[in-house]
Structure formats: C-alpha cells, structure tokens
Design a binder for this molecule. Structure first.
Ligand SMILES: Cc1cc2nc3c(=O)[nH]c(=O)nc-3n(C[C@H](O)[C@H](O)[C@H](O)COP(=O)(O)O)c2cc1C
Length: 218
C-alpha cells in the first residue's frame, strides 16, 4: 500500500464540534506565541497570549492574530481593546516567560489588568500609547490596520502594522540582524504542550534549480 493510501481521511464537516479545532492546533505546530498587551478605554492594561499569530507581510511589517470569542459569544478583552484603541503590543515568548504566559491566559473580567495582577513591570511605548512589558527581549508596537470576522464563532482576525520593534541589543549581530542562535522561543503544540527551540542549523536555498538538469532529463 502506498504511503498516501494509508492516511486516514477525516472530512472536516463530519467531525464532532471541537475536533477539527483540536486537529488544527496539533497539526499547525509549533506556533509562535504572541503575548499581547492592550489597553481598555478605562486605562486597564490587559495581557493575554495568542498562538494563532504570525507574520503576514514584510512591507510594511504586518502581523496577524486570531482572537476567538468567549463561549457566550462576547469578544475577548484583547480584541475589544484593540478595536477600540486601534493599537496593541506583541511580545515574543521565550522559555523563561512560560509560567507568566499561561497565568495571563486566565479569563479575568475586563476590569482586572493581568499585568498588575501578575506583578509584571511595564515599559512605555515609543510610538504608541499602549505600554509593553519590560522583561521580554523583543516586542512590536502594532497599529491595527485590519479586522475580519472569520468563521462561525466568529473569530476576530486582527492585522497589525508594526510601527516599532524593540529588541535587546544582545540579540542583534553587528549588521543589526537577529541572531537565530540567541533567541529561546517557545512554540505551542496541540493540547497544552509547548516546545522550546533546542536545535538550529542554517540551510541557505539552493543556488541552482534542484532535480535533473534539463539536458539530462529523460
Ligand atoms: C499559549 C496560549 C495560546 C493561546 N492562543 C490563543 C489564540 O490564538 N486565540 C485565542 O482566542 N485564545 C488563545 N488562548 C487563550 C487566551 O489567552 C485566553 O482566552 C485569554 O483569557 C484571553 O484574554 P483576554 O480576554 O484578556 O484577551 C491561548 C492561551 C494560551 C495559554
């Protein structure tokens, strides 16, 4: 039997509710974790992690984060604050932050600021009003440039243009590039599993088209 024929086919619309989400979580992994501060109209500084997070465009630098709704259909604080203020700050999650990251995912009411509750130190924004966290070695101040409601939740898909990068100097080489070997990112896997980056190697793309040369092809 070929490898392809031995795969189980699971049509998504026949799966029980929640199962497709579980498969997506486990298969689209490891995912970077965006640890996001946002400020409410009342000035409460909110903090929560999101792993449906990624870069989508380099010019201008733009990221996406997908914020699901709560079970009662209401918006999570991060989405509500970002939509009201037009900004948010995304912090890069390294290994040492993971306990605080998970603690900040607790569903506090909007009047409770996770940053204060967890006793985390803040750092002022350079371009935007929303403060960030002092400890993470990299953060991105983002201006909201897009919002799409996706799916049946619906999920609030936020697009943020990065207006300022904050990077600890030891992460940068002499040409201002991030040293891949210095960052200790942690990715989220399926369920409640996480994975640090423990091994890295550099592999530039090929200089010539791979496969048989045209004059040698059958
Ligand atoms: C590592 C991690 C990743 C998460 N990723 C997401 C995500 O991508 N989207 C989402 O809606 N919730 C995600 N959550 C759950 C939210 O963090 C949680 O619902 C939180 O209470 C939202 O807070 P807020 O209401 O202050 O925005 C994640 C939780 C953890 C621990």
């Amino acid at each position: 039997m070929s490898a392809a024929a031995s795969r189980l086919v699971l049509p998504a619309d026949a799966l029980p509710r929640g199962r497709a989400y579980g498969l997506l979580l486990a298969l689209v992994a490891p995912r970077p974790i965006g640890w996001i501060t946002s400020r409410s109209a009342d000035g409460v500084l909110n903090l929560a992690p999101f792993s449906f997070f990624n870069g989508v465009c380099g010019d201008p630098p733009t990221i996406s984060v997908a914020v699901a709704r709560r079970e009662d259909g209401s918006r999570k604080d991060t989405a509500r604050n970002a939509l009201a203020s037009g900004e948010f700050v995304v912090h890069l999650v390294e290994r040492g932050h993971l306990d605080d990251v998970v603690a900040s995912s607790w569903s506090f009411p909007p009047s409770v600021g996770e940053v204060e509750r967890l006793g985390l130190e803040t750092a002022p924004g350079a371009c935007l009003a929303t403060p960030g966290l002092a400890a993470p070695r990299a953060r991105m101040e983002c201006r909201l440039v897009g919002h799409h409601e996706v799916g049946n939740g619906p999920v609030d898909l936020l697009l943020g243009e990065v207006v300022a990068f904050h990077v600890a100097p030891e992460l940068l080489d002499e040409r201002g590039r991030v040293r891949a070997t210095e960052l200790e990112q942690v990715g989220r896997l399926g369920g409640w599993w996480y994975a640090p980056v423990v091994e890295r190697w550099e592999l530039p793309p090929p200089r010539e088209a791979p496969g048989p040369a045209p004059d040698r092809a059958p």
